[in-house]
Design a protein around this ligand. Structure first.
Ligand SMILES: [Zn+2]
Ligand SMILES: [Zn+2]
Length: 454
């Protein structure tokens, strides 16, 4: 848990003027990653002046396995805290939010969440709504979302993303996280691995679309990747070794730091994250359970890396620009496909892409020429990346999914996602956009299908 070379402690709230010209900040009050961290809540409540009275919110499973004992320990230590246990299988919706709000005492100063993504999201939302301090104690390390200010809440049946107050304190206790089923922490490794392909996409975005780039953000993301994919980490996930859990947690925190500094997600979210959104849509339509975010983006990273492998296999010195330009979508054809793939959601996508998705041959030619101009820089960055096989190896070792089939995504859905997953966002650039620009998507899709032995 090192200090940054610049002198400030990245585990405390901080902000600084960066060489990139922007002012960066990480607004989380304090982050503690250690064995026994949760037991120190009484100390931190006092040190950070979180207030006189708190409430612990957790779910039944977590309360029975770890919550009851920690709660009793805090009370023994003289902490004034109540407890509310959410019943049954919880959904992050109005009902659950309402329960948390109604069961929070009027005189509470802070809310503590103890649990996975759902409990954490709901409590963060309720704390912001009630204007209370928020403390998160994650029970598994499935993603980097624990260290952000984002919550997804289902309102009127629709998933809505909220940007809320950052937590005042996060106690990531390796004693607790190590006890989680290892598939959950394996999902966290999937999230770390997704940063590898996301980084390549982000770099391409900088070169081809002038997307804002910062070397310090890149370096922080690099620390996340090297720590989260080190042998010591990968090998310790299945046996639940504390050091491995702490490395993974620290890696995911660093990813969140990088994204907080950048103040947006392109540095940590590329094509693999867009593929994940598309696959979730497929899972919902089929009525199969959604996979964990980290599982989806881990598989997404394998696919994204495979796309990059095809792009970088091109002989750019002899690339036929005209032939590629001729492969540009006809707008009417493309709209027809979008309607077929997205159904009711198509209109908002057509609106979003009205300006963003170019159907202009001159603009396309320009984009291809830019790619060719930068192909050596792209190749250098690509050479530093692990291969898709190496990623598969790591995902297998931690017991995480690596193949779309393991997410119940079939060949047809995978191919559709390669063509259309990117359409739900504008202002982004990644391997999906680049493969389309180069007119190679058909080829990329068939090669990936072959590699995956569908
Ligand atoms: Zn910067
Ligand atoms: Zn993610």
């Amino acid at each position: 848990m090192d200090m940054q070379k610049s002198g400030f402690n990245i585990y405390e709230r901080h902000d600084f003027d960066c060489e990139c010209g922007r002012h960066h900040k990480m607004p989380i009050g304090e982050v503690v990653i250690a064995s026994g961290a949760a037991r120190k809540l009484p100390y931190y409540v006092k040190a950070l002046e979180l207030g006189k009275k708190g409430i612990l919110v957790t779910d039944e499973v977590i309360f029975e396995s770890i919550g009851r004992e920690i709660y009793a320990y805090w009370q023994e230590q003289g902490l004034k805290i109540e407890c509310y246990v959410l019943k049954g299988r919880i959904r992050p919706d109005e009902y659950t939010v309402g329960n948390v709000i109604c069961n929070t005492p009027f005189d509470a100063d802070y809310i503590v969440s103890l649990g996975g993504g759902t409990v954490t999201d709901v409590v963060r939302y309720a704390a912001t709504r009630l204007n209370l301090e928020c403390v998160s104690i994650p029970s598994a390390m499935t993603m980097d979302g624990f260290f952000t200010n984002m919550s997804i809440i289902i309102v009127d049946g629709l998933q809505v993303t909220y940007y809320l107050n950052y937590p005042s304190l996060i106690l990531a206790d390796s004693d607790i996280i190590a006890k989680a089923p290892s598939v959950m922490n394996a999902a966290g490794v999937g999230e770390v691995i997704s940063k590898i392909s996301a980084g390549m996409d982000w770099y391409a975005g900088k070169l081809i679309k002038d997307i804002y780039y910062c070397d310090r953000v890149e370096a922080m993301m690099g620390e996340c990747i090297s720590e989260g994919t080190a042998d010591e980490t990968i090998e310790g996930i299945v046996p639940g070794e504390k050091k491995a859990i702490e490395n993974l947690t620290d890696a995911l925190y660093k990813s969140a730091v990088a994204m907080a500094w950048y103040d947006s997600s392109p540095c940590g979210s590329g094509a693999e994250h867009q593929l994940n959104h598309f696959w979730i849509k497929c899972q919902d339509e089929k009525g199969v359970p959604q996979s964990m975010h980290g599982q989806e983006v881990g598989v997404g990273a394998v696919i994204n890396t495979m796309i990059w492998e095809e792009i970088m296999d091109i002989d750019f010195e002899r690339f036929d620009v005209e032939k590629a330009v001729e492969k540009i979508w006809d707008r009417t054809e493309w709209e027809k496909e979008i309607r077929a793939v997205y159904g009711e959601g198509a209109e908002s996508i057509l609106e979003l892409q009205a300006e963003n998705h170019s159907f202009d041959k001159a603009a396309r030619q320009n984009e291809i020429e830019k790619i060719i101009k930068h192909h050596e820089a792209l190749a250098r960055r690509f050479e530093a990346m692990p291969t898709s096989e190496a990623l598969i190896e790591k995902l297998k070792k931690v017991g995480g999914p690596w193949h779309p089939k393991q997410l119940q995504i079939d060949e047809d859905e995978l191919v559709k996602s390669l063509y259309f997953a990117k359409e739900t966002r504008s202002g982004r650039y990644n391997a999906l956009w680049m493969a389309e620009a180069l007119g190679i998507m058909e080829d990329v899709a068939s090669k990936i299908i072959k590699k995956l032995e569908f």
